[in-house]
Design a protein around this ligand. Sequence first.
Ligand code: UN1
Length: 491
Amino acid sequence: MSVPEPFALGQHIGGQWGPPRDDLQRTDPARPAEVVSSCPQASDLEVDAAVAAAHGAEGRWRTLTALDRGAVLHAVADLTVQRAEELVEPMVREAGKLVEDARGEVSRAVQTLRYNAELGRGAAGEIYVSSDPAEEVRTLRVPLGVVALVTPWNFPLAIPVWKLAPALIHGNTVVWKPAPESPASSAAFMRILEDAGLPAGVCNLIFGDAAVGRRLVAAPEVAAVSFTGSAAAGDDVAATAGARRARYQLECGGHNPALVCSDADLDLAARRIAAGAMFAAGQKCTATRRAILASDVYEPLLERLIDQVSKLRVGEPTDPDVDLGPLISREARDRALDSIAQATDAGAELLAGGHALDDVSLHGGHYLAPTVLQVEDPDAVALCREEVFGPVLAVLRADDDDQAVALANATDYGLAATVFTRDARRIRRMLADIEAGVIHINGPTTGAELHVPFGGVKRSGSAAWREQGEAARDFYTQQRTAYLHHGELPT
Ligand code: UN1
């Protein structure tokens, strides 16, 4: 079989594509011998040029009506539908996404674009009465200016679009730095933005590692930063952006628990926990990391869960019969294996997986068997607190609801959680007491509707700001209050 050509990528600054460079190279996580893409690592001058281009484009973009900006977003959505496979191919090759998942991501991006495109028709502000009868008070929303979007590789299209679409409809201009693992997916979407008629400089694409991100976040013209990635990198963004009073929004992963109560539908719980923990090879911030099972249902649930997990098929992302593809890199898989080894050394019992898959038919891809560990003493086992970004689930036992909630909250993170129960009082209690930004009842911990708020608490988020839906408007605009004195009324 012939090896597909690598993507030779340049950056997009001020409406111009720069020349391809091979400062950074990306290999296929399913076929590490194959180079997928090469791209520049932005120099300081290039970061500054991208910020300057976005700054220069502000006036023109913000003075279009929101309806006109919406028309551009609809045009982007149309082209995204037409050219879906241009986006799917790099997502599969560089991020190891299953073809079906990559197509799902394209649909989600299209819906997000269309939803935001229509926001141009929403209310532009509010009117209040004044204490002076000759005056009225209005609030209006103004764009922030240049926003920096720093996005992850695990949703190379959906997450950038859920930041980009609201940023643009509300009149901001953008510098986008995707993760170095998925530059070709970003470049493919940048071409669509350009071809759909987004004016030059309104979205600029630069590549590179954390050093590039740091310079971007530190740039004085960058009014806000929206970041999805690791908690450690999020700390950096908070320090740099916070120090100069720029607005920032963080989405930094999670350690998401699934609580199974004694009255739960066990078949449903087992299916959804397996899916939440293992699909996308566990590489979602919302993936289920811990299953906390009520003692009364511990054995029957565990049996069903292992049954579900053992049915999962691991293999090449282009194989339509596969449930899980590879991890993003060899390092990621080695880290997961180290964490599993630490857990078993500390007394955890391996119930499924726990090893790399290295069958020759897998071409040396970074596969990890879906792994389930039974943990008696979570305090001794680091992966019960620390996020392992892979298909690794810890199973814990709780004697009652109080202990289950205490265990659920025994982590620095607080992104998503789920509770399996049919009891209305339990649901009320869990919704109140579990520390998470997103709580599902009888669902997987994963998944996010594009028109509702999304974000975490504690180390998962940044306290003040949610993403998506109306919450995104709050983040990407500033309220302005206008007192309009109309002169004395005729008597
Ligand atoms: C989802 O569960 O579909 O990076 C959304 C992530 C999250 C988004 C998850 N920011 O995994």
